[in-house]
Design a protein around this ligand. Structure first.
Ligand SMILES: Cc1cc2nc3c(=O)[nH]c(=O)nc-3n(C[C@H](O)[C@H](O)[C@H](O)COP(=O)(O)OP(=O)(O)OC[C@H]3O[C@@H](n4cnc5c(N)ncnc54)[C@H](O)[C@@H]3O)c2cc1C
Length: 416
């Protein structure tokens, strides 16, 4: 029986081990943590959005970087295959808004349990607390791995599934980049993606904890529109976060700098400028003898009112019937164009996904074998691929793991 060592017991590593072992390989997973799937455990706020219940074409559309590289991976193992695998292993799934797929139990631990159970059933050797220090390469062929204690083990092939560089407490500290670089791979500098944004405006921090639902946002640098969407966002102690912002950040990855980067929030996307003016007129008529600062409670969340009043430039103590038409129109404009200057993204440590990684040009997209070193494979986030939220990143992990595992078998069979 031919042997394969998988470095990393995350989503990609565990799944590749299941596939390779199911097909008859002798598989070892080396995981530096004391348990498997630490990052998987925190996915989807502990619920694990494990894939997206969509057509394969939609998978490609949601990949931000190097989607073409994933052609074989997605066409040979798509989200329907992911769902079929987990369901066949007894995990009941449910599909939520945006076709996001979760375990019916809402517990990421159930996804991990299914994988762990399968690994044990297939007799996969799981080496916990065993960090890999380096690859053993002889004559351009990967022959095995050396652990951090200096022990070397040989294998017929090695799969690097060490993840990216964010949430390093889960184990993803970028080791795979080092392994790949040492044997000739180019590393595209890791950068944060799906990450909150820091803002210039102090008033954003005053709104900490406020979540805005059903708003639309446009992200522009100068005149160039980078991103536009509708949904939910959140103010934090450093700026802005939430689904809209995380998705928007994926469009900032390749910017040279953050100069003139402006997020414009439309607080009332369902209303046209005219409709908002009518609405304000009605509100002002109903509150004509109140002070302006006390007139907006039906229109905006309470926390936001002082900020909007301040930005409108209208005297908060002015009686509503003294607010001019010009002031009212300016207020209406503000409600649809609340500008926030983006200073930058948060640190990569806080990123849901690491953009950049092992350059895909140096990896065969049909097999996921290295083009620099024979019998060395890559899967998951360690590669320079990243996607939007919605289960697409884990689908990348499952699909690339499947493809690498199947091809490791091919190589091994060729040798008989
Ligand atoms: C907070 C958060 C929420 C997320 N939610 C979702 C979601 O709901 N849906 C979704 O699709 N994606 C989500 N993601 C992204 C998703 O978790 C990753 O894309 C996915 O886990 C990548 O899988 P991977 O196997 O490539 O890497 P990882 O899951 O990071 O696994 C890599 C493993 O390799 C191990 N390792 C690293 N170096 C070594 C070494 N030298 N020796 C031995 N072992 C090593 C690590 O300890 C780790 O266990 C989320 C990410 C975060 C941070």
């Amino acid at each position: 029986m031919k042997k394969c060592i998988i470095i990393g017991g995350g989503a990609a590593g565990m799944f590749a081990a299941v596939i390779a072992a199911s097909d008859g390989m002798d598989v070892s997973i080396w995981e530096k943590n004391e348990k498997l799937g630490k990052k998987l455990f925190i996915t989807g706020k502990g619920r694990c959005n494990l894939t997206n219940n969509c057509e394969t074409e939609i998978l490609f559309r949601n990949v931000m970087t190097n989607s073409k590289f994933l052609y074989s991976a997605f066409y040979q193992f798509n989200s329907q295959d992911t769902m079929a695998f987990f369901e066949s292993e007894g995990l009941t799934l449910k599909t939520e808004r945006g076709n996001r797929v979760f375990p019916a139990s809402d517990k990421s631990s159930d996804v991990i349990r299914v994988l762990e159970h399968k690994l044990k059933q297939l007799g996969v050797d799981i080496e916990l607390n065993r960090g890999v220090d380096s690859l053993v390469i002889e004559d351009g062929i990967c022959k095995g791995v050396k652990d951090t204690k200096g022990n070397t083990e040989y294998a017929d092939c090695v799969l690097v599934a060490t993840g990216g560089r964010s949430y390093s407490s889960t184990g993803s500290t970028g080791d795979g980049y080092r392994f790949a670089e040492a044997c000739g791979h180019v590393i595209i500098p890791p950068r944060p993606s799906l990450i909150p944004m820091e803002t210039e405006e102090d008033w954003c921090r005053e709104l900490m904890g406020l979540s805005l639902k059903n708003v639309s946002v446009v992200l522009k640098q100068g005149k160039k529109k980078l991103y536009e969407d509708f949904g939910e966002m959140l103010f934090t102690h450093f700026g802005v976060s939430g689904p809209l912002i995380l998705s928007g950040s994926a469009y900032c990855g390749k910017l040279k700098d953050f100069k003139n980067l402006i997020l414009t929030i439309d607080l009332k996307p369902a209303l046209s400028a005219e409709q908002i003016d009518h609405r304000l007129l009605r509100i002002f008529e109903d509150n004509m003898n109140k002070q302006f600062r006390n007139s907006l409670s039906g229109l905006l969340p309470n926390k936001l009112i002082p900020v909007i009043i301040q930005l409108s430039g209208i005297d908060p103590y002015k009686q509503v019937n003294l607010v001019s038409k010009e002031e009212r129109i300016k207020l209406g404009w503000l409600l649809k164009h609340l500008d926030i200057h983006i200073r930058g993204l948060r640190n990569i440590e806080e990123a849901i996904i690491t953009g950049g990684g092992i350059r895909v040009k140096d990896v065969n997209p049909s097999t996921l074998e290295s083009k620099c070193v024979k019998n060395l494979y890559f899967a998951g986030e360690v590669l320079d691929v990243d996607a939007l939220t919605g289960g697409f990143n884990l689908q990348i992990a499952w699909s690339t793991a499947w493809l690498a595992a199947k091809n490791m078998l091919e190589v091994v069979e060729d040798e008989f």
